[in-house]
Design a protein around this ligand. Structure first.
Ligand SMILES: [Zn+2]
Length: 643
């Protein structure tokens, strides 16, 4: 075991900014460094490294910690592996000390699991090349499939004996811990071999260690599953592993795309033919974690699937997940009755690469076409397709790419672009709201200590805010709209402040007290509906009352933002470019809060008036509860103390 003293030395020596610089491009901003977060997708950096505190924190996804945490999270290392990595980086010699029995067991378990898997891997390989059964059944199978010895050895292929106790007896003889073999799924509770009469595929982690196996049955026994996999263990998490990635990662970087196939043998065939940037998601359907693994090396995934219905459906699943990670997805459907393995064998590598280049289809257009074929002229089905496609389009984060898709889908579906856009915006609006509420909740937890300190002051500020007339809130919303409308509210979603405010405010327009603000909103909406983003020239050239209001508001930008600034002090570290986001949120929330208070009062009067009409009364009471709940949520967002 590594001594506590040397672990402490590693932690003291490791400078978080130096460690992270190995993986993330960091730029100085004030006392901190910032960069694009490696743990979630973003275009404006919210990943912050503080050399002074020796920690990092992402204000987008909430991940944070010290150098050790970073290496664990980023490289998928265990604690000890991370310490070893850092020790190597800083040339620190690790002192080994004797462990107590209990420690030894706990610490060594992971190592033991790796050692046993390594041993099993070698045994399967030895079976394949050096036993009669292995050569006659296993090796014969691989040879028949056209796999050369070099690829069989590179990928650690093997053979599990038909003898039901082969591996178990060998392990026992050599003194391995049978409980660990059970945990790895190599032997069953009844102490029989789990993999029997199967050719074996070793599953490697990113450092090339054997963490699990998959076995394909030999012979024809329809009762047995064709493939079986190791169960999950301390060292094997199916959702975070892609078959072949250890061998493919450098080539994926070089080729700037990753080819995703379905099966182990598809990977082997392609690699053997010289196409090495290929992985398979075997054992599970594609997960977000797997997509993020690929994203460490490239932004483009080309999915190769069999030309049958099952293959196409498999390809369609998981696609929205890839889009949401801001990756480019191309789909290649192979000729009918072919899989990648059979097709490359038939036509050879050059023609295969050619086929991919000529047949790769953009995923969204492919999906739209496919759904249209299925629905033919049924209007009910078509409405359903529309909903499906709109959902998918809303997952495309880049506004320019999305606009292109909207155009093409609008043609394919014969639906007005405006309708598509408005449906997409509804979904995006809902998602942004949910995400921001999550984000704000996270940040609030971080700053909860400060909130306690400032509670008294907060109550006083709340009183001031509630005493202000609605005029202030309406004015503040219009100020943000005119001054910051062209800026991004959410860059990853391509949503501008102007769009955010229009979306939020249009329902409230009837409740506006001041007609000039209503007029400005309609003025802005007209410009926006024409596809332009209103800027200062529009306001300069507008009617006199709008122009005057514009100058009034931009000359005194912070007059009404005083309370808001106080509120913002309560939230930890903000990037300057996040201010527009906060300003827009605060302005909208405060306006809504004000209007909601009015509605609640109005509704209460109605309840009293209708106290003898039980049906009406019940409806109003329900509405009352709903309004109160909404007010509570807003108050929470605004740090308002309801008394
Ligand atoms: Zn993040």
């Amino acid at each position: 075991m590594i001594s506590k003293r040397s672990i402490e030395r590693v932690i003291e020596t490791a400078k978080v900014e130096e460690v992270i610089s190995n993986f993330v491009n960091l730029k100085r901003r004030g006392v901190n460094l910032i960069g694009l977060c490696p743990f979630h997708d973003e275009k404006t950096p919210s990943f912050t490294v503080s050399p002074a505190k020796n920690i990092y924190k992402c204000f987008g996804c909430g991940k944070g910690g010290n150098a050790v945490n970073f290496v664990m999270e980023h490289e998928g290392y265990s604690y000890i592996e991370a310490i070893k990595f850092l020790a190597q980086m800083y040339h620190i010699e690790l002192e080994e000390i004797e462990m107590t029995g209990e420690q030894k067991e706990a610490e060594a378990k992971r190592d033991s699991l790796f050692i046993i898997n390594e041993w099993a891997k070698k045994r399967f390989s030895n079976n394949l090349f050096n036993t009669q059964q292995g050569v006659n059944i296993g090796l014969a199978y691989f040879k028949e499939r056209g796999f050369r010895e070099s690829i069989i050895k590179k990928f650690d292929l093997g053979f599990a004996s038909a003898d039901s106790k082969d591996l178990f007896n060998a392990a026992k003889r050599e003194g391995y811990n049978i409980d660990f073999l059970k945990e790895l799924g190599l032997v069953s509770e009844r102490e029989m071999d789990f993999f029997r009469n199967r050719v074996m595929f070793t599953i490697h982690n990113l450092t090339g260690k054997a963490i699990g196996f998959a076995g394909r049955i030999m012979g024809n026994n329809p009762k047995l599953p064709k493939y079986i996999n190791s169960p999950e263990s301390d060292i094997y998490n199916k959702r975070k592993i892609l078959y072949g990635l250890y061998f493919a990662k450098n080539e994926i970087r070089k080729q700037e795309h990753c080819i995703l196939v379905e099966g182990y043998t598809d990977v082997l065939s392609l690699v053997q033919s010289g196409i090495e940037n290929v992985v398979a998601s075997s054992g599970t359907s594609l997960t977000t974690d797997q997509i993020r693994l690929i994203k460490r090396y490239t932004n483009t995934i080309k999915i190769l699937y069999d030309g049958d219905a099952a293959g196409i459906n498999a390809a369609l699943r998981g696609m929205d997940m890839i889009l949401a990670e801001n990756m480019v997805v191309k789909l290649v459907i192979l000729p009918e009755k072919h899989d990648p393995d059979s097709y490359i064998k038939e036509v050879g590598p050059a023609e295969f690469i050619n086929y991919i280049a000529e047949n790769e289809k953009d995923f969204i257009l492919f999906k739209t076409n496919l759904l249209l074929e299925e629905a033919s002229s049924d209007p009910v089905k078509k409405a359903y397709i529309l909903k499906d496609i709109v959902g998918t389009l809303s997952k495309v984060p880049d506004p320019l790419i999305r606009a292109m898709y909207v155009k093409e889908c609008s043609n394919l579906l014969d639906v007005d672009e405006k309708i598509l856009n408005s449906e997409i915006n509804k979904i995006i609006k809902k998602e942004i709201r949910e995400r921001n509420q999550r984000k704000i909740r996270n940040e609030k937890v971080d700053s909860s200590m400060e909130v306690v300190d400032k509670q008294d002051k907060l109550i006083a500020d709340t009183q001031t805010f509630l005493k202000q007339s609605d005029e202030y809130q309406e004015k503040e919303v219009i100020r943000v709209l005119m001054e910051k409308g062209h800026a991004f509210y959410d860059e990853t979603q391509g949503l501008l402040i102007v769009d955010f405010i229009l979306m939020e405010v249009l329902d409230l327009l009837d409740y506006f007290d001041n007609p000039i603000y209503k007029k400005i909103i309609k003025f802005v909406k007209d410009i926006r509906d024409r596809g332009a983003v209103p800027d200062r020239n529009d306001y300069f050239n507008a009617e006199e009352d709008i122009r005057e209001k514009y100058f009034e508001l931009i000359m005194t930008p912070y007059e009404y933002a005083d309370w808001q600034r106080k509120g913002m002090e309560l939230q930890t570290q903000k990037h300057p470019d996040k201010n527009q986001f906060n300003e827009a949120n605060q302005a909208i929330w405060r306006l809504k809060y004000k209007k909601l208070n009015k509605l609640i009062k109005y509704n209460q009067e109605n309840i009293i008036k209708n106290s003898d009409n039980s049906e009406q009364y019940n409806t109003l009471i329900k509405l009352h509860m709903k309004l109160l709940n909404e007010r509570k949520n807003l108050a929470n967002l605004l740090n308002i103390v309801i008394q």
